[in-house]
Design a protein around this ligand. Structure first.
Ligand code: AMP
Length: 395
């Protein structure tokens, strides 16, 4: 099961290029360059188009573009980023050894030197630190604001290099960061940039204002059909985008999803993140509930693993537990997965059952194509009128 935790995989050349940028290098072909290119003084260079703007509370930003006022840099910060607890320094004192050799090269990650065009050089001094957002396996996450105008709100995530090395994920982490920074979709958490110091890597992530979806699910037990359908609509759109970029997620589950400021779903964990394979779920239930039959049986797999997981996710959203969960033992769960032992409580609508049954199909080739998921009556029924499938739709 060692492969389950590497949630994003590049299965082919990434076909990501824009008018102003060349395709991103992947770790397999380009080693880190330690000589910095001349940097642009303009902080907005990297963040202009997509970063979470420093909006007033309640203000929406459907275009994802910063409002003109903050773009000009004349407004005062509108969002309270909270109080910094000094946690980064305290943690840095106690945690993590200095990494050397090849691993140090692998983890010398700096977005200002990893691209073919110049961009801002970043360091901890570039940010006003705000409240802690949480702790992950490899370090803490903080709400921050860029010091220079326009003052963008971000989540800054720390990864301790020595701990990545200890867990043997340094190469994977590097590759996944490089993939992640090239993904641009409303429902995929953006990685704007990254930098490092002796012990740590810092990821500049889109701030997901409503936090973890998993917490919402735990709080409510399960979601209404409407809310579930809207999340699945967004999730499907994001998966179509990822698969179009030859990226298979492979670790879809509520724990890896965040919510944006309008309640929109954000796929927030791309392997460079904190969790060992299914760690939380293993701790909670002792199972790996989202594995498809082909992975349980150790067969080759492809992007259709995400179709299966989408079915499991739909089920868990509505019922509050994954469909093949068996708390007695992992083997029982695996057996139920392999048999596709799917049962529905009577409360589930026939449309929802129909969609789940078409995704949870043993043969990967027979699973409902994602474009058909977007057209499925259950999804269409609950899609907000006049909204694009990937739009921000508050549940
Ligand atoms: P992680 O290390 O990704 O599990 O993050 C630890 C905690 O920080 C999570 O439980 C989230 O609540 C929070 N968090 C992580 N990333 C973000 C983000 N981009 N926006 C808001 N909160 C986040």
């Amino acid at each position: 099961m060692a492969t389950v935790g590497s949630v994003t995989r590049q299965i082919g050349a990434l076909d990501i290029s824009g008018p102003t940028r060349a395709p991103a290098p992947t770790s397999s072909v380009v080693r880190p360059i330690h000589t910095k290119q001349p940097s642009q003084p303009n902080v907005a260079k990297l963040l202009t188009k997509f970063a979470a703007p420093n909006l007033h509370q309640g203000q929406t930003n459907s275009s994802n573009l910063p409002p003109p006022s903050s773009r000009s840099g004349t407004t005062q910060p509108a969002i309270d980023i909270g109080r910094y607890d000094g946690g980064l320094e305290a943690e840095n004192e106690k945690r993590g050894d200095v990494v050397s050799g090849e691993a140090a090269d692998d983890l010398a990650l700096d977005s200002s030197v990893s691209r073919t065009y110049p961009t801002q050089e970043w360091s901890l001094h570039s940010f006003d630190m705000g409240r802690p957002l949480g702790k992950g396996k490899f370090g803490r996450v903080y709400m921050v604001r860029t010091k220079a105008a326009p003052k963008y709100i971000l989540a800054l995530k720390t990864l301790y290099k020595s701990e990545l090395v200890k867990n043997k994920v340094e190469k994977q982490t590097r590759r996944e960061i490089e993939i992640q920074q090239n993904l641009r979709h409303t429902n995929v958490l953006r990685l704007y940039g990254f930098f490092h110091d002796e012990k740590r890597i810092f990821l500049m992530l889109e701030f997901a204002a409503q936090g973890e979806l998993y917490k919402q699910l735990s709080k409510h037990g399960c979601f209404s059909e409407r809310r579930s359908a809207r999340y699945i609509d967004q999730m499907t759109d994001a998966l179509i985008y990822l698969h179009g970029k030859h990226v298979i997620h492979r670790d879809i589950k509520p724990e890896n999803l965040l919510l944006g400021m309008n309640g929109e779903l954000k796929i927030g964990d791309f392997g460079w993140s904190v969790h060992a394979p299914g760690l939380r779920r293993m701790t909670l239930c002792g199972t790996l509930d989202y594995l498809p039959p082909e992975m349980v049986e150790g067969k080759e797999h492809n992007e259709k693993v995400d179709y299966w997981a989408l079915g499991v996710l739909t089920y868990e959203f509505m019922i509050g537990a994954p469909p093949f969960e068996d708390r007695r033992s992992v083997n029982n769960t695996y057996a139920r997965i392999a048999k596709v032992d799917l049962k529905f409580p009577p409360t589930i609508s026939s449309d929802a059952k129909d969609l789940i049954s078409k995704l949870l199909v043993y043969d990967p080739k027979q699973r409902l194509p994602l474009k058909d998921v977007l057209r499925h009556p259950w999804i269409v029924k609950y899609r907000p009128k006049a909204a694009a499938p990937d739009g921000a739709s508050a549940p």
